[in-house]
Design a protein around this ligand. Sequence first.
Ligand code: GDP
Length: 266
Amino acid sequence: MHRYAKSKDTKAKLAPKQKISYEKKADPAITEYSVKALNWLRKAEFLMSAPKLALCVEDTGYEIAFAGRSNAGKSSAINTLTNQKQLARASKKPGRTQMINFFSLGNPDQRLVDLPGYGYAAVPEDMKRVWQKELENYLIHRQSLQGLVLLMDIRHPLQHFDTMMLEWAHSRKLFVHILLTKADKMNRGPAHQALLEVKQNLKKMKLNFSIQLFSSLNKQGLEELASVMAGRLNYTLEQEPEFDLSQIPEATIDDEDEADLVLKEE
Ligand code: GDP
């Protein structure tokens, strides 16, 4: 007789089911480095705002500038990246929207720079031209500038000013890391399709820049961005001396405690 057949206690006789593991697939972007980088980025502090190159903080160390059309999600991305709700607000204060805003990352020689959002409708044309000149000056002459994080709304990528920024960066041999922002607005399939299309367009333009999906809303792509930032700003794990467990002296039991223990055991 088949051992499963018509037994009164079928349940007990069934072979135990093989355990299926539903362990979450590890995200390759989440590494020890990216986690530490995220913690480091949380040290961001507002340094100053400058209306022009000559008034910027001293041109030493490393900095990465965030650029994008207004409404691309730049402030949200900076706040998410630094885990500080109000940080990029500093750049949005009246009078600062057209300035270059500097943030230190635990060290004044490692900086995040928030460039004014371009295409800001409320700015008069002649002011836009003046500002464009200042932006150009900054991009061309700033020695500590390593490269750009260029933010584009995933639904409207590669608009006129975006391609201008890409060309500028390319001609100055700066790196660009592109964020297709608000990726949560699309389903996975279309979002990856949009990513692929922008990659193809960059290839056609012979621009060899890195690109990723990003969402401040659900934090998609956060670790990847943190790793890129940290790597380009020369952040190393040695920068954060780790608390070394082996350095803690072992607890010793003095004679009196030892005597107590012996008594208890008896
Ligand atoms: P900025 O002008 O480039 O600094 O853009 P903001 O960060 O101010 O964002 C512009 C608008 O887009 C705001 O209404 C944000 O709430 C919204 N936004 C920004 N990031 C995201 C995102 O990741 N997902 C969604 N759904 N909305 C976002």
